[in-house]
Structures are given as structure tokens and as C-alpha cells.
Design a protein around this ligand. Structure first.
Ligand SMILES: [Zn+2]
Ligand SMILES: [Zn+2]
Length: 146
């Protein structure tokens, strides 16, 4: 894992964040393998790679990275918050058994162009600006099927 990557430092600078070691560590880890980890998993992965970050420091920096838009916070199927370094609009494929989360491309032509229909009235919803749609594909991953 290369935390001296100019691209990493540039990204943080572009978002007016000082490229501290903790921030570079988190971003480098997630860029290398964006498996949507939770805080515990991030701490463990960093520890396995020989880096020690305190929980308080990690929490603080994850907050900051989410705030400036370099990370997205998402709730996993177990209700625990996870972090996603893919900040492009995308959907998720989620395993019900192990919680594995995979990024799914949004296929432009599958997005409904009509207004969403209100469940109660059966009429198109009026007065809203819809800016994105989130779809969760759920099931059993190939590993858990074995
Ligand atoms: Zn699974
Ligand atoms: Zn994702």
C-alpha cells in the first residue's frame, strides 16, 4: 500500500484537507480494495499492514472524509456503517449471509424516466426533484453458496 502516492495527496489537497497520515492511510486502503469495510475492519486491515491508528483518530478522519465527499457512508445489512471510496453513482449487490458488498454499474437506460408513482394514491408524485435512485440487489454470493 503506497501512502506517498501523489494522487492521494492531491485529492486531499483539492478538498482542503491536510494530507495527514491517517487520511492517506484510509484512502489508500479503500482505493486498493474497496470492499466497503466498517470501522473495525479498517482498523484491522491497517494493523495487518503494519499501521496503527487509534479508533478516535479513525472516526474523526472518516467523518471528515465523508464530509468533503471523498468517502460515502452506507449502512450495511447488519445495520453497521460502512465506508465506500467509490464516489461515482452506483448500486450495490449485497450478500444476505456474509454481507459482502459489490459495486454495480448504473445502466442509464434502466432508470425510469417517468415520475415515481405514489403507493397510496397510484398517481405520479408531484413537486419533488428526484436526484438519484438507489437500488440494492440482494442474494447469496458465490462464496456463501458453496
Ligand atoms: Zn456471502
Ligand atoms: Zn459501493
Amino acid at each position: 500500500m503506497d501512502i506517498e502516492k501523489p494522487q492521494l495527496i492531491e485529492q486531499l489537497n483539492n478538498h482542503n484537507l491536510r494530507p495527514t497520515e491517517a487520511r492517506r492511510l484510509v484512502l489508500a486502503l479503500l482505493m486498493e480494495n474497496n470492499d466497503h469495510p466498517n470501522t473495525d475492519q479498517i482498523i484491522r486491515s491497517l494493523y495487518d499492514k503494519g499501521f496503527k491508528v487509534s479508533i478516535a483518530t479513525l472516526y474523526q478522519n472518516l467523518e471528515k472524509l465523508v464530509e468533503v465527499g471523498l468517502l460515502i457512508r452506507i449502512k450495511g445489512p447488519d445495520g453497521v456503517m460502512r465506508f465506500d471510496a467509490n464516489i461515482q453513482p452506483h448500486h450495490h449487490l449485497i450478500c444476505d449471509i456474509c454481507g459482502k458488498m459489490t459495486d454495480i454499474k448504473i445502466n442509464g437506460d434502466t432508470l425510469p424516466t417517468h415520475h415515481p408513482i405514489d403507493f397510496q394514491t397510484g398517481l405520479p408524485v408531484e413537486g419533488w426533484d428526484i436526484d438519484h435512485i438507489k437500488i440494492e440487489y440482494k442474494g447469496t454470493c458465490s462464496n456463501c453458496k458453496k
